[in-house]
Design a protein around this ligand. Structure first.
Ligand SMILES: [Zn+2]
Length: 293
């Protein structure tokens, strides 16, 4: 992996970096459908996409970026509705999705899978960084093991846990009436995904989860990815095909006795290599799959 990719990845995952510069990061507000919006970080060290439900009841957000983005997030929300979020849902524990918890906890109830709370309460180490335990203010106060439903803003909001995908605490959020899904980091739109093996992630169950999500949504669903632009079912299906094809190549080669070094040397065919548009390049992607078998 090239040095700059490593640095970006480190910054995306770690909360322990003292001098990140968010000056250039902009939050673009995208109207998704009905009363659902997406705040997409563009330029610089943009964190995960924020999903927003606006309505008579109040504001609910899915993920809250880095804590340093607080003012920008509040400014973007204020243009949609005055006031503060009443609920924050965390799709998983990574700092680019939960960093803002400490800013919103005074007004909002923070909700996440059991393992998000566990991981935020303790120091976490993965292949790129060691992240210290978060203060109590950042911990979800309501957790669940499999699923949870919130009735808010005239909407049925289903929060479903998918096991051992990107981490061991991932949730996918279905805004049923608006026909919108926030997928957290199970979906890096148009890119190879980061799979955090050290946090209980696994590429094989990750791909199984994607298949289940595809089968569970209508054809015209709007999809908010964890990273990347607003997407749809057709693009998610081609992402799933990329996952399957990559896994098949690694599986076949490993069955024939190939080592990780040989796998990396062989690389991926061009049609798959074209997914190298994010911070996970082919080498890293092949390594995640190899480690998941
Ligand atoms: Zn993540």
């Amino acid at each position: 992996m090239k040095l700059h990719s490593l640095i970006i990845l480190f910054l995306l995952i770690s909360q322990s970096v003292p001098s990140r510069d968010f000056t250039d990061v902009e939050l673009k507000t995208v109207h998704v459908h009905g009363n659902i919006y997406m705040l997409e970080g563009i330029h610089g060290f943009a964190g995960g996409n924020i999903g927003v439900s606006i309505g008579d009841d109040d504001i609910l957000i899915v993920d809250d970026q880095f804590s340093e983005m607080n003012e920008k997030i509040r400014a973007a929300l204020a243009k949609l509705k005055p006031g503060q979020p009443r609920f924050v849902l965390n799709t998983h524990w990574h700092g680019d999705h939960t960093g803002g918890n400490i800013n919103f906890n005074t007004h909002a109830t923070i909700i996440a899978h059991d393992n998000v709370r566990k991981r935020l309460m303790e120091e976490q180490s993965n292949m790129f960084a060691t992240t210290p335990a978060r203060p109590k203010e950042a911990w979800p106060v309501i957790t669940f093991d499999e699923s949870l439903t919130i009735y808010f803003n005239g909407e049925t909001i289903k929060v479903l846990h998918f096991p051992n995908g990107h981490t061991d605490g991932d949730s996918v959020i279905y805004f049923v009436e608006s026909n919108v899904v926030h997928m957290g980091d199970h979906y890096f739109a148009g890119m190879f995904p980061f799979v955090d093996i050290d946090s209980g992630g696994n590429v094989l169950s990750f791909a199984d989860n994607i298949k289940k999500i595809i089968d569970s949504v209508p054809d015209d669903v709007r999809i908010i990815p964890g990273h990347g632009p607003l997407s749809n079912k057709e693009e998610l299906i081609s992402y799933y095909k990329m996952l399957q094809d990559s896994i098949q190549i690694v599986q076949q080669n490993v069955n024939q006795g190939m080592t990780l070094e040989q796998l990396l040397e062989n690389g991926l065919p061009d049609d798959l290599k074209s997914w190298e548009t994010g911070f996970i390049k082919a080498d890293k992607w092949l390594t995640f799959i190899y480690q998941s078998l």
